[in-house]
Structure formats: C-alpha cells, structure tokens
Design a protein around this ligand. Structure first.
Ligand SMILES: Cc1cc2nc3c(=O)[nH]c(=O)nc-3n(C[C@H](O)[C@H](O)[C@H](O)COP(=O)(O)OP(=O)(O)OC[C@H]3O[C@@H](n4cnc5c(N)ncnc54)[C@H](O)[C@@H]3O)c2cc1C
Length: 468
C-alpha cells in the first residue's frame, strides 16, 4: 500500500513539476504556412530548468519566443521545443542608470507596462510590441528609430545557456564571441535567458508627414531627418503599385501637450469597419489608389501628439485579417546601402509588378551600421524596405512566391545589400553566404559551443546542417 502511495505521490510530483510538458505538438507561426511537428514542448520557468533540460537532452532542441518569425526559424521536426514565454519577469530595473534586466521570454509590451510608470521607454524595438526579448535579440531586430539601427546597440549584456547546460554571461567585454554570435544568431548558439538593456526617456512626440516622389526621398532624409536630434521615429511608405510616391512620417520630440491621452496603445482587434477597409485596400477595386489618395490623407490629417511609449506599443492584432485559410499576409525585408537606394527602387518595383504581387505596403526605414554581430544585416548604413504582401497558401502560390523572392534577393545583393532572415527561407546557400559573409565565422563558433548540433531550426537545417 505504502509503495503504491509513493508511486502516486511521485506521479503527482512529476505532473506538478514547474514546467509544462506535452506530447507531440505542432509549432506554427503567425502566417500559418509552416507547421512543424516537434517531439515535446516544454515551457521552462527558470535558468536552472533551462540548463538542466538543455544539458541532459541528447537530440535536437529548438527555441520559441512569440513565434512571429515566418519561415520555421523556431522549430525542426522531432525537437525538444523550449517555449520561453513563461520566463517573462523583470529581474531588475535601475531607473537612475536607465537600465533593465529581464527574462528573455518577456514581451516588449510587458516591459513597457512597468517602465512607463518611471517615464522610461525602450531605446530600440520593432514597430509592434508583441515580440519577446529573446526572439528579438536573436534576429537583432530594428524599428523606426532615427540615429539607431540593430537592437544590439541597446544591449548591455546577456546570460546564455550553452549546449552542455552551462550558463555564461556575455557582453562586449565578457565572452564577446558569444555576445556577437547569439545576438542575431537565431537560437543557434544557445538559449538567451536574461538580457540587460539600456533605456531612453519617455517623451511627447509630434507627427509630421510629407508626400514626395521617391526620387526626392533620399535627399529629404539626409537633409531633414538623419542628423536631427529631435526626431525619434521615422519611416516612409512607398505606395504600390506605381512605387513612385512616398509618404514620409516623422515623430519628433515636443513640449506640446499630448492629443492622445492614453500612455500605451490599445490591444484591440480591427473593428468590422477597419476589416472592410483593409480588405478593400488589399483586394478591392482601386484599393491601392483609395488608400493613397483618400484613406491615408484622412488618416494623417490633423495634429497628433502622443507619448513615445504609445507609438512604440502597437499590437499585431491590429493587423490580423479575419481568416488566413485561403490567403495570408506575410512580410519580407531588404537592406540596401544608402548610396544604392535610387538604383534599387525601380528594380524592386519591376519584380513585384512583373509577378503581380499583391503588395499592401512597403515601409522604408534607415539603420546605422552594425559592425558587431556576426550575422549583421547592416554592415554598412542602409535603408530598409519592409514589404507587407498577401499570398495564397497552395503549393503553387508558395512556388510563385519563391520565384519572385529569389529575384528580389538577387537585386538586393547586386546593390551590395542583404535580406532579412526571420521571413520565408528562400535564399540558396550561395545567396545566404553572399548576404552574410561572416556566416562561416558564425558556423565555426557554433561548432565549437554546440558540437553535437543540438540547437536547430529550419534556418540552420538549411544553411548549417541537414534535417534529421
Ligand atoms: C507583424 C510583424 C511586424 C514585424 N515588425 C518588425 C520590425 O519592425 N522590425 C524587425 O526587425 N522585425 C519585425 N518583425 C520580425 C520580428 O522582429 C521577428 O520575427 C522576431 O523574431 C519576433 O520575435 P518573437 O519573439 O516572435 O521570436 P520567434 O519568432 O519566436 O523567434 C525568432 C528566433 O529567435 C530564436 N529565439 C527565440 N527566443 C530565444 C531565446 N530566448 N534564446 C535564443 N534564441 C531564441 C528562435 O529560435 C528563432 O530562431 C515583424 C514581424 C511581424 C509578424
């Protein structure tokens, strides 16, 4: 009787163990285009648990944050999948020093909810706040911040769990090879468990807009935006299908009172009216022209003054279509050295129009060089082109996307540029190596710290190893 009770208690203990483990599960991303059957999903809650799981596991391990990457970067078949989203606590906030240490599964939004109370703001992040810190560090994300660029610029240090389960601190001075490999390393070097980030002041920002031919944009940017100390956010929307006009949107620090009193953006889905507008712009008659000549002038009219944290806290739910069953909305991004901006635009337009790609928007941004991370997407100062488009979900649709994407990658490479890695994995190994010339150094580091190739996902299966 006693031994039965012992077994029962052991069973209960195992069930209540702090992590949640489930049998075979499918991991997918927001596009729903990349279902991957992993062996086991575990959501660790502490560094010790990550260290034990990784150190004791002998097969493939994949790491997932918010799962907004769009090409299988978070998983591979039969992996132990570490769902990092339970590690979402703030470890330390030093208001005086404007520095925060967080667990890597925390989202930007959750950080904003805390630092906003101290009039602080994230220094660099993406345009939406749903992403985890670990997932953002691992792609070395960027936003619309002027005078900035890759996220690495705002990172002080990280804690990382390596393949043998050891925990290492990494910064520009301690284990720098791990710091420069893991940031932008797509989970290939280890599990980032903590990050210490530098913060900025939360200020009022005022919006100004200016429409112009795309041929005038580069000079406009260099003369008015690039060196301004007051500009916080800037991007320019390049209108499809002509790709000849841009709407430049700039948010500058102001002492004027806010016109939007909320400190953080709402987390609301699109209303039925907004859904209809989005559907019309994407697929309706003259939808693109309606957006360019009616909707955007209306949307950007009038004075708009917000808190910086409001403009940085948008929720991706505000982009979500009612269904992704027959078609889905997808992103791509290309980084072009600033001096090649004018040469790239017509090439991009010709490819997109030549393949009848249903582009909803191209957002142009700017980034200063990142000469630190091994897989830097901006070894030089670049303009980036973020393409938001609609595609079908059939095998033929996917083939068509691969064709035009490969052409855009070649066009970017021909201008000395790169493409962004969190999106669909289309590039050949030769294209990848041309875009990321320090990849061999990254692979050498990976071999050294992960000799059994534990840390895997579709990106590394494509360019580093072969799928199991
Ligand atoms: C609507 C939308 C808007 C976007 N806007 C921008 C933008 O403005 N700027 C920009 O740069 N990008 C943008 N992106 C891309 C986005 O930044 C990346 O997909 C980012 O990785 C998302 O974070 P995540 O938490 O979902 O990461 P995931 O997709 O979960 O993971 C991304 C990679 O990081 C690895 N990883 C995750 N957590 C860890 C960890 N703790 N340790 C080690 N490796 C880890 C994963 O294995 C994977 O390889 C956008 C994407 C979408 C869908």
């Amino acid at each position: 009787m006693r031994s039965y009770r012992g077994i029962f208690l052991m069973f209960i203990f195992a069930t209540l163990n702090c992590s949640m483990a489930t049998a075979k599960e499918t991991v997918n991303d927001i596009t729903q285009l990349n279902p991957i059957a992993v062996d086991r999903v575990v959501a660790p809650t502490s560094i010790d648990e990550v260290s034990k799981l990784v150190g004791e596991h002998h097969g493939p391990i994949s790491i997932g944050g918010g799962r907004y990457s769009q090409g299988g970067q978070t998983a591979t078949e039969n992996a132990l999948f570490l769902d990092m989203r339970q590690m979402d606590h703030i470890v330390n906030l030093d208001v005086e020093k404007r520095q925060i240490t967080v667990e890597a599964g925390i989202t930007w939004r959750k950080i904003q909810e805390v630092i906003d109370r101290h009039d602080l703001s994230l220094k660099i992040m993406q345009s939406y706040s749903n992403f985890t810190v670990g997932g953002s560090l691992s792609v070395n994300a960027h936003g619309r911040y002027v005078g900035e660029g890759s996220l690495i610029r705002s990172v002080e240090s990280i804690l990382i769990v390596l393949a043998d389960g050891t925990v290492k601190e990494a910064s520009r001075t301690r284990n720098p090879e791990l710091f420069f490999g893991a940031i932008g390393g797509y989970g290939g070097i280890g599990v980032i468990v903590h990050a210490t980030l530098n913060l900025a002041e939360n200020t009022h920002v005022e919006r100004t807009t200016s429409t112009m031919p795309v041929s005038a944009y580069k000079d406009y940017f260099f003369e008015n935006i690039r060196t301004s100390k007051r500009v916080v956010f800037h991007n320019a929307d390049l209108y499809p299908p002509t790709y000849t006009q841009v709407n430049a949107v700039t948010w500058s620090i102001t002492g004027k009172p806010v016109t939007v009193p909320e400190k953080l953006a709402p987390q609301d889905a699109l209303s039925p009216m907004q859904q209809s507008i989005m559907r019309w712009i994407s697929d309706g008659p003259m939808g693109k022209q309606v957006r360019q000549y009616l909707y955007d002038p209306y949307r950007f009219a009038g004075e708009q003054i917000e808190w910086r944290n409001y403009e940085a806290s948008y929720d991706v739910i505000g982009l979500e279509p009612p269904s992704r069953q027959n078609s889905t909305f997808v992103l791509q991004e290309y980084f072009i050295p600033v001096e090649h901006f004018d040469a790239f635009v017509p090439k991009l337009a010709a490819i997109l129009n030549g393949h009848n790609v249903n582009v909803l928007n191209v957002s142009i941004r700017h980034a200063l060089p990142d000469t630190e991370s091994l897989l830097s997407w901006a070894p030089k100062e670049v303009f980036s082109f973020v393409i938001y488009y609609e595609q079908g979900v059939t095998a033929d649709d996917k083939k068509a996307v691969r064709e035009w994407t490969s052409e855009v990658i070649d066009a970017a490479l021909a201008e000395g540029g790169t493409y962004y890695l969190p999106y669909q994995i289309v590039a050949t190994k030769a294209q990848f190596l041309q875009a990321y010339p320090k990849a061999p150094d990254f692979f050498a580091l990976k071999k050294q710290v992960d000799p059994d190739y534990k840390f895997r996902n579709k990106l590394w299966d494509n360019y580093y190893g072969s799928p199991r």
